[in-house]
Ligand binder design. Sequence first.
Ligand SMILES: Cc1ncc(COP(=O)(O)O)c(C=O)c1O
Length: 328
Amino acid sequence: MNNSEIPRKQLGFFPTPVQKLENLTRYFGGLQIYIKRDDQTGLALGGNKTRKLEYLIGDALAQNCDCVITGGAEQSNHCRQTAAAAAMSGLECHLALRGEEPEEYSGNLLLDKLFNAKIHWSQLYRKGENIYTIAEELKASGKNPYIIPYGGSNKIGALGYVEAINEITKQLSEQKIKIDHTVFASSSGGTHAGMIAGKVLYNFSSGLIGVQIDKEEAGDKPFARNIIELANEVSSELELDKTFTQKDVTLRDDFMESDYGVVGYLERNAIKLLAEKEGILLDPVYTGRVFGGLIRMIENKEFSKDETILFWHTGGAPSLFSYSKELT
Ligand SMILES: Cc1ncc(COP(=O)(O)O)c(C=O)c1O
């Protein structure tokens, strides 16, 4: 299927800017550093989920659903953006969030509330493990729910990042920039899988370096395997005639010095450096870790001096407001 035939609801502002990080380029002295501003996708303070949700909400509307259900951590960016997308589209939004109702609503959780999402406090479930049960309950009460998996990562959501590669390829060609390595956060895998498929579809010449955010737990399918499987689903959906294998996935798992959602030196240093040198905000969970990883890679001289790097900013800044202790 051609991706222009797939239902899509416009939710964001595209293309997002590509900018050179002039001060950081000078600071590191040598390689050129660019940034792709998917923190500026517009929907509810921006982030990568806007791109996925354009396809997911498009599909929900095409199926005449009246509500959506998804899940994640208490400070989930995906849930905040889903709640906003649902509000824009006249759909009720149900969120299964880890933990118990806190006394104070802050960061993304505060925004979920403002978008009038119905929150199902889900104790230890951090990845929406119970959304299928909640969907059954919603059906039993007469509703027609649309299930959005954890992180919006299925073959529909991943199409957003296939298109993102189309967008960046055009921008780089217009601006006459050649990127050697693109560095980004890889967690539930939809962003990464979409980029891998988009790279083939749109002949994007840059290498793709995903930085793993979340440790694999015992019994988890290896993250790289998930990404390959999802990229292959996208490949058959778009009739790409390409089977992806392990060699198509670069997933760096060496920057998880702290647990998921825990800010350590790596993240704090990265957040402060980008804020102080460029006036750009990273987030504590995803992009802070990725940028910290990128700094490490530069310091370890993993890139040569004449190379050009694109840091793909995937958003998340609203959760900064629930990390004031760790960041001051
Ligand atoms: C700010 C931010 N960046 C990156 C990601 C990772 O994207 P994906 O889940 O598609 O791997 C997320 C996921 O929630 C996110 O919130």
